[in-house]
Design a protein around this ligand. Structure first.
Ligand SMILES: Cc1cc2nc3c(=O)[nH]c(=O)nc-3n(C[C@H](O)[C@H](O)[C@H](O)COP(=O)(O)OP(=O)(O)OC[C@H]3O[C@@H](n4cnc5c(N)ncnc54)[C@H](O)[C@@H]3O)c2cc1C
Length: 200
């Protein structure tokens, strides 16, 4: 019911949907400023940004019958802290900044999410240096609040866990990625249009 209402709002706020029908019937009557290929979470977010903050008319072309049917709806739905990527790499920078912005977006738009934190554990002594390596890497990436935990503290947090040391990442979390994508599509007034069943 809630989704139907959101979609109705989207349709009423997006005259571009009419143009989509024209495109589907082969009678192309409009031009667009930008075309985004692929309606996964990245494509939808890019289209929204171009539309909302840069005033562009955007067409999103998706080969499948709906948005977000690829990796974006088959992933682990973890909001990553930003520990693993090489420092100063684009992935490292974007993961940390994107995580902060994502939590902000979730709060503003009521997207189900929880900042539950994450334990990365060593179950054998040989694995402990790897935790130290990840701690240093995460610190270099600017990940907030990372710290090593003794086994007793980690196992008190998670009684079913068996480990000898742990790295605690308090900024990691989980998100309902389906709600996120729907929200990116239908919330706020945008002028982007999604055409399904169309392969580039
Ligand atoms: C097993 C697994 C677990 C993961 N877990 C996490 C996680 O916990 N947290 C996290 O942040 N990330 C995770 N990821 C990564 C995350 O899912 C991806 O980074 C993200 O979904 C990529 O989004 P996307 O929009 O680029 O791609 P996609 O979601 O793959 O979207 C691409 C879209 O483009 C369409 N398309 C492709 N070719 C064409 C064409 N020629 N014409 C028209 N349309 C086309 C496809 O149909 C698809 O809908 C995971 C990935 C995997 C595989």
């Amino acid at each position: 019911m809630k989704i139907t209402k959101l979609v109705r709002t989207f349709l009423s706020q997006n005259p571009w949907m009419r143009n989509c029908r024209n495109l589907r019937s082969g009678a192309v009557k409009e031009s667009v400023d930008c075309v985004v290929i692929g309606a996964g979470v990245v494509g939808i977010a890019v289209a929204r940004e171009l539309s909302l903050n840069y005033g562009r008319n955007v067409l999103v072309i998706e080969s499948d019958s709906s948005f977000g049917t690829g990796s974006s709806s088959r992933n682990s739905q973890v909001i990553h802290g930003g520990i693993y990527y090489p420092p100063a790499s684009l992935k490292g920078r974007f993961c940390v900044r994107g995580r902060r912005l994502l939590y902000e977006y979730c709060k503003q738009h009521g997207i189900p999410h929880k900042q539950i934190g994450k334990l990365i554990v060593a179950t054998r002594h040989e694995e402990v240096p790897k935790l130290s390596y990840l701690l240093n890497r995460g610190n270099e990436n600017g990940v907030e609040g990372l710290r090593m935990m003794e086994a007793s503290e980690a196992m008190a947090m998670e009684p079913h866990l068996q480990c000898i040391r742990a790295l605690w990442s308090p900024t990691s979390g989980i998100i309902d990625s389906h709600s996120l994508m729907l929200s990116l599509l239908v919330s706020d007034v945008t002028t982007f249009c999604l055409v399904n069943n169309t392969r580039m």
